[in-house]
Design a binder for this molecule. Structure first.
Ligand code: FES
Ligand code: FES
Length: 160
């Protein structure tokens, strides 16, 4: 069967059966290689995507669950070739080392800032508890999310 959904703002249709995982449909059926498989059992967050704005583990989500939904991966965060504030902040705050966790971490942060534009460091820490990073020690990631939140607030209040 074909699953019809929206992927990064575009209408998409991809083949899947009832046992196909969302991560496989995205990587193999849609060519989205930023969605990474770490553990495959919902523990590491490397496979995080946004479904209707909420972060989910695509390794434990059936592909058919995406039917009619809005799915976002990091490929969908750029606007007119410009990186999203969170992506830029990860670069400028050295929050990327090997990069394996980065797409999932950025999407989790995106969802956090959408529902809470001024998170405390503790709230940021809690929000990324399901995203494991083996490299950074987390502090640069928390710094990056905090800086992106501040920049977004500034941009949203700047006079036109
Ligand atoms: S690969 Fe999905 S949570 Fe680890
Ligand atoms: S940067 Fe390597 S796992 Fe996070």
């Amino acid at each position: 069967m074909d699953v019809h959904f929206t992927l990064n703002g575009e209408n998409m249709s991809a083949a899947a059966d009832s046992s196909t995982r969302l991560i496989d449909m995205l990587r193999e059926g849609c060519g989205i290689k930023s969605v990474r498989e770490g553990c495959g059992v919902g523990e590491c967050g490397a496979c995080t995507v946004l479904m209707n704005g909420d972060p989910i583990c695509s390794c434990v989500t059936p592909a058919v669950q995406a039917r009619g939904c809005d799915v976002t991966t990091v490929e969908g965060l750029e606007t007119d070739g410009e990186l999203d504030a969170i992506q830029e902040s990860f670069v400028t705050n050295d929050a990327i080392q090997c990069g394996f966790c980065t797409p999932g971490m950025i999407l989790t942060a995106k969802a956090l800032l959408a529902r809470n534009p001024s998170p405390s460091r503790e709230e940021i820490r809690r929000s990324i508890a399901g995203n494991i990073c083996r490299c950074t020690g987390y502090i640069p990631i928390i710094n990056a999310i905090e800086a992106a939140a501040a920049r977004t607030r500034e941009e949203n209040t700047a006079p036109l």
